[in-house]
Design a protein around this ligand. Structure first.
Ligand SMILES: C[S@@+](CC[C@H](N)C(=O)[O-])C[C@H]1O[C@@H](n2cnc3c(N)ncnc32)[C@H](O)[C@@H]1O
Length: 257
């Protein structure tokens, strides 16, 4: 076998690694239909959903949640920055004879005005800085109608940091390896990760670096209020009970305009 090349190719948004890896391991990343369905009674109650609501699923991936909204007769639009995920989402949605509009875009750049009653993130709410979070929340606030609600799942940094360091090598198919490395920068509450795809057949290597911030719940609350949200509720993840900051790995937030 020839030696693999030494240079690494960096890809925009890490699509080669991220999308390829996830699409091949779909059951790992995208929730199974039973999982999605199981949590809908929670979303419907916590978000006080009505069939006339216009819903945006931000970071919809292959559309697992968007399709469940559509099956339940809600009007939903899915947005994602990955063309690969969206083309998969469109294929599956057509196969199921459902109608969903999918938009290719970065939710950090959304520029809607009072267009949605609900903006929903499930496993897709990411930010790199406090300023970035406030700017995203302001855009969401502007995009919501006067009675609008937003929903996202967030990690609890005091528990999250215990998962690090990460050092994991997996063979996603014969002779194709993904190396995931991650460290937690505790002073800034930032998770820094590097993923490397090593293909011994094509001898192409891809590297994708990313960092995600995990602010503590009281800071998330301050940012929501700074962006103009008034009525906030921090639940246990996908459950109608209150979040316990000492013991819960994460929380579900419903914030009203
Ligand atoms: C872990 S997946 C979850 C997908 C989907 N919500 C689900 O649970 O099946 C995260 C998704 O968020 C998308 N995403 C991440 N950052 C984004 C951004 N800034 N704008 C739009 N989509 C984004 C990714 O492309 C990916 O599809």
């Amino acid at each position: 076998m020839n030696d693999p090349p030494r240079e690494f190719l960096r890809t925009d948004f890490g699509h080669e690694v991220y999308d390829g890896w996830y699409l091949e391991q779909g059951s790992y990343n995208f929730e199974a239909p039973e999982f999605v369905e199981r949590h809908f009674p929670f979303y419907e109650k916590a978000l006080q959903l009505s069939k006339s609501d216009n819903i945006l699923e931000a970071g919809c991936g292959i559309g697992s949640y968007a399709r469940e909204f559509a099956r339940r007769d809600y009007h939903v639009v899915g947005m994602d920055l990955s063309p690969n995920f969206l083309s998969e989402a469109e294929k599956i949605t057509q196969r199921e004879n459902l109608e969903i509009e999918f938009i290719l875009g970065d939710y950090n750049e959304m520029n809607f005005e009072e267009r949605f009653n609900v903006i929903f993130f499930e496993g897709s709410f990411f930010y790199q800085s406090k300023e970035g979070l406030i700017s995203l929340l302001k855009r969401i606030h502007k995009a919501l109608t006067p009675n609008g609600r937003m929903y996202f799942v967030h990690s609890n940094p005091s528990i999250k940091k215990k998962q690090f360091p990460v050092d994991n090598l997996s063979e996603i198919k014969k002779n194709v390896f993904v190396l995931q490395r991650g460290a937690y920068d505790e002073s800034n509450n930032v998770e820094r990760c590097a993923w490397l795809k090593i293909d011994l057949e094509t001898h192409k290597h891809y590297k994708c670096d990313f960092s995600v911030m995990h602010l503590p719940p009281d800071e998330v609350k301050n940012c929501l209020m700074k962006a103009g949200f008034k009525d906030l509720h921090f639940y246990k993840k996908r459950r109608l009970e209150d979040f316990d900051p000492e013991n819960d790995k994460g929380f579900s937030v419903v914030a009203k305009k």
